[in-house]
Design a protein around this ligand. Structure first.
Ligand code: ZN
Ligand code: ZN
Ligand code: ZN
Length: 366
């Protein structure tokens, strides 16, 4: 079923009504993809969707992109500007002068925001993040289907990876291998996309990315990767071991696996996001590794790989059906090794479903 952008925009308008927002102005971003299906680059030429609380939305786009905008959003009015025009006069004419309350995309360039403020001096600007998060938080069935397919294909890649001979490769080699497998599995992946291969002592750093360190027997190897399917991402972490692991590695691995499982089993509609974090944290703390779990338990996934809801202490927002997020506790022993296990899960009417099915058994690689 095609995504219903017009319905999403109507939902946005009723939410704007509720929040007292007169206009929503989006530059190229996941928010723009969500409300208009238009995936554009955030360049210096303004491309803006202007959505009034009541009335007809319009696109302000550079002439050279007008056809592309019309093709991807045929139901939207396109007001094109040429390189010798001033796009901001189009915006000002469309919004109208006066004390408007305008919400702008969180990722809008600062120079655009400042220009908006200059051309609409009586308007008060605010970030659109909370409004957009509210709209995007609960995924539609089509979105869950895309996220599930992305996750399933990523699981296949992990199975291929754990069968490979990894010793002797660098972290960058392994990332290259993962990237090739992801593309062969029909997912989009590029070097700028998330892919972390943290080997040996590097695995003790949760946001290590890549280096030319050579993997060798005795290493923990934490791989965190994903690609996108129909614009929706996957995000999977598994920690392998090259050659036989030490008793302590096995112990930490079991603690993290148990914490991940307990946290997953706690997921259901109505429970606070921070409660999932608390369950994972308590499992790790009770095994004596509390100080070494140094990040939140998870983040939402949708058109962006990190988006609300955040599964973190202090976030009392209740989970609800259709929310999709990661559950990824970890333990990091500085200078030695780290273990993280990450799955993407969706809140259902019966609890939760893991979108990932890659094994949680400790994988010993060559
Ligand atoms: Zn991260
Ligand atoms: Zn990840
Ligand atoms: Zn993640």
């Amino acid at each position: 079923m095609p995504l219903d952008y017009a319905r999403r925009r109507r939902n946005a308008q009723s939410e704007m009504e509720r929040r007292g927002i007169d206009h929503l102005i989006l530059s190229p971003s996941a928010d723009l993809v969500y409300l208009a299906g238009y995936n554009a680059l955030n360049f210096e030429r303004p491309t803006l969707l202007v959505l009034p609380r009541a009335g007809t939305p319009f696109f302000v786009v550079p002439q050279l992109e007008a056809d592309k905008a019309r093709a991807s959003s045929p139901d939207l009015e396109v007001r094109a500007w040429s390189d010798t025009d001033d796009p901001w006069t189009i915006v000002r004419a469309g919004v109208g002068a006066g004390p408007r309350r305008i919400a702008v995309a969180d990722v809008m360039r600062a120079s655009f925001v400042l220009t908006l403020q200059r051309v609409l001096p009586e308007a008060s600007l605010q970030p659109a993040g909370a409004l957009m998060a509210h709209l995007r938080r609960r995924k539609e069935p089509e979105e869950v289907a895309a996220l599930r397919e992305a996750a399933r294909r990523t699981d296949v890649v992990f199975d291929q990876l754990r069968a490979e001979a990894l010793a002797g490769l660098t972290e960058i080699d392994v990332a290259d291998l993962i990237g090739r497998h992801l593309r062969a599995a029909g997912l989009a992946w590029k070097w700028s996309y998330i892919c972390s291969v943290a080997s040996g002592e590097h695995s003790a750093s949760p946001h290590h990315t890549l280096s030319d360190r050579v993997l060798r027997p005795g290493d923990a190897v934490c791989v965190d990767f994903g690609g996108t399917y129909a614009n929706y991402p996957s995000d999977l972490t598994r920690t392998l071991h090259i050659g036989p692991p030490s008793d302590e590695f096995r112990r930490v691995y079991d603690v993290v696996r148990d914490a991940q499982d307990r946290a997953f089993r706690a997921v259901r509609a109505g429970i606070a996001a921070e409660e999932i974090d608390r369950v994972a944290r308590e499992a790790i703390a009770s095994a004596g590794y509390g100080p070494f779990f140094i990040h939140r338990t998870g983040h939402g996934l949708g058109l962006e790989i990190h988006e609300p809801p955040y599964i973190v202490g202090g976030n009392g927002e209740a989970l609800s059906e259709g929310m999709v997020f990661s559950v990824e506790p970890g333990v990091y022993l500085p200078g030695r090794f780290g273990v993280r296990i990450e799955d993407t899960v969706v809140v259902t009417d019966r609890g939760a479903e893991r979108l990932n099915g890659a094994t949680h058994e400790l994988c010993v690689a060559r």
